[in-house]
Ligand binder design. Structure first.
Ligand code: HEM
Ligand SMILES: *[C@@H]1O[C@H](CO)[C@@H](O)[C@H](O)[C@H]1NC(C)=O
Ligand SMILES: *[C@@H]1O[C@H](CO)[C@@H](O)[C@H](O)[C@H]1NC(C)=O
Length: 429
């Protein structure tokens, strides 16, 4: 049976019309790897029911920075982008040093090296492949030069349409980020030194730059965008999921784990600087593209205590509980300090509202259904062969089984015309 890869799956259902023909193909071997990943994701859902706290295991958690994983600064044709995690993986060869790789490779590296759950890593990767790449691979920064295409390890090359993560404004790259400026007021890809100084100057929490710090910093970042960016837009997916993730990931993934603190990581300034590619001292920091690196003797989260979509949802709810004003969906109407919230009840036909958004799984349901119901124009089209199609379909089905456990209320209405009031919204999610 020929099923269009995405239209039959739970995620991205409107994509189906965009993939009518056969073009990009993968090998049987690659398909087998994708099938194995999909099976592993399904097993991980099972495992989630068991206890997740694991003892510290220094050898298993220490991340190699030598040999094939030595730090090498990127060459002139290598691409880096807005995500310090992916930039670090590329600078150490955990994903292709070119900055262009398959969703399989990115998922595997995020899972094994940073302890991101397979479900969360697959979601982020597939989403990037669909939105910014050729579905099965994508660039972690800008559009790849044609000379890079031949270097891909899979038989896939990026389609001309794949613009990369750097050009994903309001689909993935979004406003009010921790260390990146807003699209409309600065460079959303490079680290912004003023924002970094501000983060570093925050009073530290019990675990260094932990969530107590990141939540307050998120409040400050939200206010900064309102006060400075007339085109600030906070969409259901980009603001409630991606923006929340940008702040929680900083601590959850960059923190160093140790025997002394088996249940949580500690993020100190040196480690933060290393992952963000910053050198120098407060008041005198410097940043240059391509310096993101693993600190020596750094330990990831415990094996078996991976940070999942559910972890992200809990952290997002926790952030909103701490700084309640960041829950607003909406934007500035053209000038700074004109932030106008959208009524979530109007947007969703009453399925969600401001009072119920923090209950149960509603926050995640709302954010992810916005992706699900998004307008078809988000897909500029890619053409896949049967095997590639089957591969991605297996992944989206496995992800579907995770989303099914959220038991989301059915969202039938999603009135994005309410976003027309915001000049910065575009076709944002
Ligand atoms: C698995 C695939 C991943 C994809 C596709 C991805 C993509 C992105 C993108 C597009 C952004 C920009 C969002 C914004 O505008 O705020 C971002 C931000 C960020 N990502 Fe990732 N990411 C991935 C995995 C990771 C991992 C494994 C880590 C941690 C090790 C990480 C850490 C971060 C952090 C800390 C930020 C916020 C940067 C800032 O300070 O503004 N990401 N990511
Ligand atoms: C951000 O703005 C809100 C609402 O105006 C205010 O209550 C809050 O204190 C501000 N937060 C920061 C960190 O400035
Ligand atoms: C992480 O913690 C361990 C144990 O305290 C320590 O030996 C190691 O140097 C730390 N690594 C970093 C990068 O801070």
């Amino acid at each position: 049976m020929r099923v269009s890869l995405i239209c039959s799956a739970t995620l991205f259902p409107l994509a189906c019309f965009a993939f009518p023909a056969i073009k990009r193909e993968i090998s049987e071997d690659t398909l087998a790897q994708y099938a194995a990943l999909a099976a592993k994701i399904s097993r991980e859902v099972e495992v989630k029911r068991g206890p997740t706290r694991r003892a510290f295991d220094a050898d298993a958690q220490r991340i190699s920075t030598t040999g094939e994983h030595a730090y090498v600064s990127p060459g002139p044709d290598d691409i880096r982008g807005p995500c310090p995690g992916l930039n670090t993986l590329a600078n150490h060869g955990y994903i292709s040093r070119t900055g262009v790789d398959s969703i399989l490779a990115v998922t595997t590296a995020a899972n094994e090296v940073f302890g991101m759950s397979l479900g969360l890593a697959t979601f982020l990767s597939v989403y990037s492949g669909v939105m910014t790449g050729d579905i099965t691979s994508f660039s972690i920064g800008g559009k790849p030069k044609s000379s890079l295409l031949g270097g891909l390890t899979s038989s896939l090359g990026l389609l001309g349409e794949g613009q990369g993560l750097s050009a994903s404004h309001n689909r993935f790259e979004c406003d009010a980020s921790p260390t990146r400026a807003d699209y409309n007021t600065g460079d959303p890809v490079s680290l912004n030194l003023a924002q970094f100084e501000q983060l570093v100057a925050m009073p530290k929490g019990p675990n260094g730059y932990d969530l107590t710090v990141m939540n307050q910093f998120r409040g400050a970042g939200f206010n900064r965008s309102i006060a400075t960016n007339g085109h600030f837009f906070a969409g259901p997916f980009t603001h409630l999921a991606v923006n929340a993730a940008a702040y929680s990931f900083t601590y959850r993934f960059f923190g160093n784990w140790s025997a002394e603190r088996p249940g949580e990581g500690y993020l100190d300034l040196e480690t933060l600087k290393s992952f963000e590619g910053v050198i120098g001292e407060p008041g005198n920091f410097q940043w240059k593209q391509g310096r993101e690196r693993f600190p020596e003797n750094w330990h990831r989260r415990p094996i078996g205590d991976e940070y999942s979509l559910f972890s992200l949802m809990l952290d997002a709810v926790d952030a909103i509980t701490t700084v309640p004003y960041v829950i607003a969906i909406g934007g500035n109407t053209g000038k700074p300090n004109t932030f106008t919230g959208v009524n979530v009840g109007d947007l969703t036909g009453g399925v969600f509202n401001a009072q119920t958004l923090l209950q149960g799984n509603n926050l995640a349901c709302f954010a992810f259904q916005a992706v699900n119901l998004a307008s078809p124009d988000i897909l500029r089209g890619g053409l896949l062969g049967d095997l590639a199609q089957t591969a991605v379909q297996k992944l989206t089905e496995a992800l579907g089984s995770i989303f099914a456990t959220l038991n989301c209320p059915q969202l039938v209405k999603y009135d994005t015309s309410l976003f027309n009031a915001f000049p910065g919204a575009g076709s944002g999610l």
